[in-house]
Design a protein around this ligand. Sequence first.
Ligand code: GDP
Ligand code: MG
Length: 295
Amino acid sequence: MTYRSGFVALVGKPNVGKSTLVNHLVGRKVAITSAKPQTTRQRMLGVLHGEDFQAVLVDTPGMMSPKSKLHRTMVGAATQEARSADVVLWLVEVTHTPTQEDEVVAKFVRGLAADRPVWTVLTKRDKLRDGVPEACLALLPESSQVFTLSAKTGEGVRPLVEALKEVLPEGPPYFPVDQVSEQNDRLWMAEVIREKVLMSTRQEIPHSVCVTVEELREGKSGPESLYGRAILYVELDSQKRILIGKNGALLKKVGEKARKDLEAHWGKPIYLDLWVKVKEDWRDRDDWLRFLGYS
Ligand code: GDP
Ligand code: MG
């Protein structure tokens, strides 16, 4: 039996469903998702284990024209991951009429096709009543294989998995069979907290928040519980007030939602200690972006 393994990068504009598809393929949540663009800020890995293959799925930040240093590091990460992948999946939302932005991403992915398979994945098929719109098809490079699927319903996912299995290079597994992510506990805790902030806030807050985990250790009662302390940074005092909420109500809601997810993830109770601080312009500070692990 030949064993196949390789890296599969998912790229595309923000919000097309990259992280949702990675989670669906892995069968477990390894990347946070939200209805807000720019949810994913750095590479996240998810491992798809098959009988005779392993696909290391590389979730990437959305490609867009950068408006801050943070954006530039995000786009940089996406392009770098795509360039070093064995297979590139270019995701496009099927209901969507192409724009100038799509042309920029299309040009980039076409440039990758000389060195590796680049396939097009039309996402969110469940939102479509009729066939794929002409406008959407016009975007696709002729050579590419096209898959139309829904990560929400699972419809159309199987042919993609079958095709990946065939095209991956021969090689040993990169990860043990019971491992589906990089297992960076602090990063995961920070991401889950950030996801709950994205769910609970609007306008500029989702883009202005970053989360650092200062402490993650055994709880007071021993190894059956965990204690985590995190700081949520925003850029302005006014944002801090909003994020804390009246009598701390919003921060409390964020903490409760995050705690529920993290307890399910680790299978034990966790006490979460959340703090909000202001770090002016962190999105445009090189030192800060490095500190956060974004660059
Ligand atoms: P990303 O920015 O490309 O990683 O996109 P996300 O995975 O975060 O998804 C963006 C939004 O699209 C979220 O609200 C998802 O719930 C939604 N979404 C993703 N995949 C599907 C799908 O197959 N069908 C539908 N209806 N919504 C989806
Ligand atoms: Mg994402």
